[in-house]
Design a protein around this ligand. Structure first.
Ligand code: ADP
Length: 445
């Protein structure tokens, strides 16, 4: 195991990683920007390295400075968490060059999977089902609109380098195709510095189902699925699991393991799919890192995914077999974002009061505390509230009780929306697609 690891992240995930490192007996180091100098993960670290920048995001994005910090303190590995540098293949490569372990897959694998077009191709040849779409990047409108015609409208135009739902355009008819294509290309260029886009069949009435995988470069196991269809602006708000029957879980689970093995994957990965109303699966992408919602899987399997990811990075082979992954109960996670619950506009500010629920089967992952100044320049995720019930109905009741107990004074949060969802008949009946929030836009009256 490593002696000293540097966390290149902030907020709840930095704290989550710090806990895992401590349990493994590893010294916890962290870089931080000015806004986070008093934050819990910084205060609880053994060593904190300030990287103050005039643009707060740059503190976490200046990868040469992060690598230099790791060298200066003698850290053998860097944990990137999610977001920021987690999917940056240049950063992973620079770590490799400096002899620092990047906790995640190789730079080569990140770069392959970071390109949605290449990832689609790789996973299709590994036997995963993909939606009909373009096999290479789209350069001219004519070829693209011919392809869209062939696939059949509606189609979705997506950025090859995409993430966070940025730039995606759903197109229902040919007349608006060109303008949507241009819009997606320009958004992709400004967000990712890469204007390549591709076209895919838009799966109507789809559900978002994803598989958690752990691989060691040679072998892979899966930890079942999470259901994440309740999204705003293509970003998840509520996640839960399990969702599928054991037979379907085994079938798709085996295929994702094949997919991970085919690219020599090492570490934690999430294979995202859409599932249509007939139950057919379509591969979307692989997220090559720990995910916000890994907590749901930890609750229903009892395994600590973050620790497992670190152990694999330290050179261990898979310490578990597929038959040791046993599912028990039902977990639901609500993301408690500091946002207006109707328009989802970020609501930064100081937490004058802050109380989180506890008790049997209730878990809160958060860096929030009384007096915490929620900055406006970062992601609005303030806390993750996760519950485990013996079944889905108990999990819903537990979530309702837990939401009621949660006190966050000083910022607006999406708690009222979560409360309305937990009481909504379609949610209770599992009648949920990725359009859920659009279809239930008046949940808060
Ligand atoms: P990103 O990496 O930007 O998050 P994804 O490919 O993972 O993009 O898709 C994010 C979300 O966008 C999906 O969960 C779904 O809601 C929607 N989406 C993406 N592709 C399709 C598609 N082919 N049909 C319908 N919805 C889609």
């Amino acid at each position: 195991m490593f002696k000293r690891v540097l966390i290149a992240n902030r907020g709840e995930i930095a704290l989550r990683i710090s806990r895992a490192l401590r349990e493994l007996g590893v010294e916890v180091c962290i870089i931080h920007g000015r806004e986070d100098r008093l934050s819990l993960p910084v205060r609880l670290s053994d060593r904190a390295i300030p990287l103050y920048r005039s643009n707060p995001l740059d503190s976490y994005l200046d990868y040469e400075a992060v690598i230099q910090a790791a060298i200066d303190i003698g850290a053998e590995a860097i944990h990137p968490g999610y977001g920021f540098l987690a999917e940056n293949s240049h950063f992973a490569k620079r770590c490799e060059e400096e002899g620092i372990t990047f906790i995640g897959p190789s730079a080569e694998v990140i770069s392959l999977l970071g390109d949605k077009i290449e990832a689609r191709k790789a996973m299709e040849s590994a036997g995963l089902p993909v939606a009909r779409g373009s096999e290479s990047a789209i350069s001219d409108t004519e070829t693209a609109s011919k392809l869209a015609e062939k696939i059949g409208y509606p189609v979705i135009i997506k950025a090859a380098a995409g993430g966070g739902g940025i730039g995606m355009q759903i197109v229902n008819e040919e007349s608006v195709f060109e303008s949507a294509l241009n819009l997606c290309q320009s958004r992709a260029k400004s967000a990712f510095g890469d204007s390549r886009v591709f076209v895919e069949k838009y799966i109507e009435g789809a559900q978002h189902v994803e598989f958690q995988v752990l691989a060691d470069g040679t072998n892979a196991i899966h930890f079942g699925e999470r259901f994440c269809s309740i999204q705003r602006r293509h970003q998840k708000l509520v996640e839960e699991g399990p969702w599928l029957t054991p037979e379907v879980r085994e079938e798709i689970g085996n295929r994702v393991c094949e997919g991970a093995i085919s690219v020599g994957y090492k570490g934690l990965a999430t294979f995202e799919f859409l599932r249509d109303k007939h139950g057919d699966f379509y591969f979307l992408e692989v997220n090559p890192r720990v995910q916000v919602e890994h907590t749901v899987t930890e609750m229903i399997t009892g395994h600590d995914l973050v620790k497992l990811g670190i152990r694999i990075a330290a050179g261990e082979k898979l310490p578990l077999t597929q038959s040791q992954i046993i599912f028990s109960g039902h977990a639901i996670q609500c993301r408690l974002n500091a946002e207006d619950p109707i328009k989802f506009v970020p609501s930064p500010g100081k937490l004058w009061d802050c109380h989180f629920p506890g008790g049997n089967g209730v878990r809160v992952d958060t860096h929030a505390h009384i007096g915490y100044e929620m900055p406006g320049c970062f992601d609005s995720l303030l806390a993750k509230l996760v519950v485990l019930g013996v079944d889905r109905n108990e999990a819903i009741s537990k979530m309702k009780a837990a939401l009621k107990e949660t006190t966050l004074i000083g910022v607006e949060t999406v708690i009222p929306l979560h409360q309305a969802i937990m009481d909504e008949p379609d949610f209770i009946a599992r009648d949920i697609t990725i359009q859920y929030l659009e279809k239930h836009h008046n949940l808060l009256g």
